[in-house]
Design a protein around this ligand. Structure first.
Ligand SMILES: [Zn+2]
Length: 240
């Protein structure tokens, strides 16, 4: 299982000075807790990059370059107000940056392998590392999604995502930001590579299902992780 404490310990030993904050655990989101536990301003102020979902799952959230955008179910990005509530967010605050040009033709799986290779050069415990990721460039075969906003009583996220709306692009230019978490299903973090997208023209975006690199630059920040669980009922569940 993913061990946040070990990830932190490994990270601190290497002294990369990065930090990732995750607000809420994934199990809570998947069970249908879509009430706000933080705000855009609180979660992303001063951050390097991040992703999340809006209150009532009314939009995918993507943050970088000091701007936070929300992509609702129509697929058209809008600037997120600082007061917008969020039930879930993952936020990176920086650290040692690695920049690499990505080979053309890399799919999501290829990008993941490339990131893992970079991490393996940094640390023998790389499968415990968490990395913040930003990829800017031109892509082909891009599939993005958002989902319809919900009203209480909330359904589980898997049911909501059965009605997700997909946006497909044969050619797409923009920025993907997110995280490479370890490949574990522990209910706390979203495993694997999780990226949210915003196009250069700010006319499309969303959660990124797939993308193939045409011409892109990868930025990686290796970070330690802190998970905040704002819901009191979870203290019992986790025995905390
Ligand atoms: Zn997502």
């Amino acid at each position: 299982m993913f061990d946040a404490a070990l990830a932190s310990a490994v990270h601190r030993a290497e002294d990369h000075h990065g930090h990732i904050r995750q607000i809420e655990i994934v199990t809570d989101l998947f069970e249908g807790h879509y009430e706000a536990v933080t705000t855009v301003e609180e979660a992303f102020a001063g951050s390097l990059l991040g992703l999340g979902v809006a209150e009532a799952v009314d939009g995918e959230i993507v943050a970088f370059d000091g701007e936070v955008w929300c992509i609702p179910v129509d697929g058209i990005p809008v600037r997120a107000a600082g007061s917008l509530g969020l039930p879930f967010a993952v936020v990176a605050e920086g650290g040692e940056e690695i920049i690499e040009e990505l080979p053309a033709g890399l799919t999501f799986e290829g990008v993941t392998a490339h990131i893992d290779h970079v991490l393996s050069l940094l640390d023998k415990h790389h499968d415990h590392l968490v990395a913040a990721v930003r990829i800017d460039g031109v892509f082909s075969d891009v599939l993005l999604r958002s989902e319809p906003g919900q009203t209480p009583p909330y359904k589980p996220l898997t049911e909501v995502l059965e009605h997700e709306v997909q946006f497909e692009f044969t050619a797409w230019t923009g920025t993907l930001v997110g995280f490479r978490f370890p490949d574990v299903n522990d209910g706390e973090v979203i495993p694997g590579l999780h990226l949210h997208a915003l196009s250069l023209d700010r006319l499309s975006g969303g959660h990124c299902h797939r993308a193939t690199v045409v011409n892109a630059v990868l930025h990686i920040w290796v970070d330690d992780v802190e998970i905040t669980i704002p819901h009191p009922h979870l203290a019992t569940v986790l025995g905390a």
